[in-house]
Design a protein around this ligand. Structure first.
Ligand code: ATP
Length: 314
């Protein structure tokens, strides 16, 4: 048996596809938080033009992909930790594997084991990060038939956030989110991510934004652009004192989802220096000065029946 650790900690190869009958590759599928998120316009193709700074945190799903030679391609998914997620092609992890096999013309039986921890429909890119992890794992299992550029193209076919999830770290993303520019800097954040019982579907959140901003035909004030300058400066100088967060979705979602608004206020009361809703919500994260204060805030939320996770920068 061959065992090796790859550059993404968590990757573990247990055999060689060509010499032995099966290979398994494990990948951590990390959640993202948005440090900045603005919607600029609505496009003719129905997508919105966004500008966002995304940041990978340690809250993660585990994705293990096992590959066996077969006369025809097939994909099976087992989900642990979430009973309501689809396990067929509606699941982005399955979609990613099917797209990979189709693009590489590989005949193989692919079994995916997904341990789900990231809250679903919470603005943390849970589905996108699983899809990205499957693409990374399969490319390793098959000894890299696809270039990084080709993997990014497949990722963009799967969803707007999947290219970022493939790259990870801190990045400025444009277009519908699929254009990713890695940002240098080493801002290390100690956060608590908390979600009330509510779910927000991304299309519903965009519809609410369209209503609020009259389909993005109106002028908006400039508060958000100064936040972008501040956050970019905080990242490049690794200076937390410069952090200023912004998420346009808060204007649409917080008035409707009381749970998110309450959690945001509570984060600050519990000592967070900053708090913001992530993505299209309703998850809210708080940034704390150190791990101990973040963990103590997490414990407070849990004691009060709110799902909360300690997560730090990866
Ligand atoms: P984003 O932040 O990218 O908008 P999100 O975190 O709000 O995403 P997800 O958790 O990715 O939302 O789930 C959105 C929808 O995708 C749900 O309806 C869910 O059923 C579906 N879905 C498909 N595959 C997955 C998966 N592997 N994990 C979670 N959700 C999935």
């Amino acid at each position: 048996m061959v065992e090796c650790m790859g550059s993404n900690c968590g990757q573990r190869m247990s055999a060689d596809y060509y010499g032995v009958s099966m290979i398994s590759v494990k990948e951590y599928a990390y959640a993202k938080i948005n440090l900045y998120l603005d919607v600029l316009s609505k496009r003719d193709d129905g997508f919105h033009e966004v500008k966002t700074v995304m940041h990978t945190v340690s809250l993660c799903d585990d994705v293990t992909v096992s590959v066996k030679p077969s006369s025809r391609p097939s994909v099976k998914l087992t989900v642990i930790g979430h009973s309501k997620l689809p396990t067929d092609s509606r699941n982005l992890a399955v979609k990613a594997a099917e797209l990979f096999l189709e693009s590489t013309l590989k005949n193989a039986e692919v079994n995916i084991r997904l341990i789900k921890r990231i809250p679903v429909s919470a603005g943390l890119a849970g589905g996108s990060t699983d899809a990205a992890a499957v693409l990374r794992a399969l490319n390793k299992a098959f000894k890299r038939p696809l270039s990084d550029k080709r993997l990014l193209e497949l990722a963009a076919e799967l969803g707007s956030d999947v290219p970022y999830c493939l790259v990870g770290g801190t990045a400025l993303c444009y277009g519908r989110g699929e254009r990713v520019e890695r940002l240098l800097g080493c801002l290390h954040l100690y956060t608590v991510v908390a979600v009330s019982g509510e779910h927000v579907s991304t299309p519903t959140a965009y519809a609410e934004l369209d209503r609020l901003y009259s389909d993005f035909t109106c002028e908006r004030d400039g508060e958000h652009t100064s936040s972008l300058d501040a956050i970019l400066s905080a990242i490049s100088s690794a200076d937390k004192a410069k952090i200023k967060l912004y998420n346009i979705f808060e204007n649409a979602i917080l008035p409707i989802y009381n749970g998110a608004e309450t959690i945001k206020k509570r984060m600050i009361e519990l000592g967070a220096d900053h708090a913001l809703m992530s993505g299209s919500g309703p998850s809210v994260y708080g940034i704390f000065r150190d791990r101990a204060s973040a963990e103590s805030a997490r414990d407070h939320f849990i004691k009060n029946g709110i799902r909360a996770y300690y997560a730090e920068s990866v």
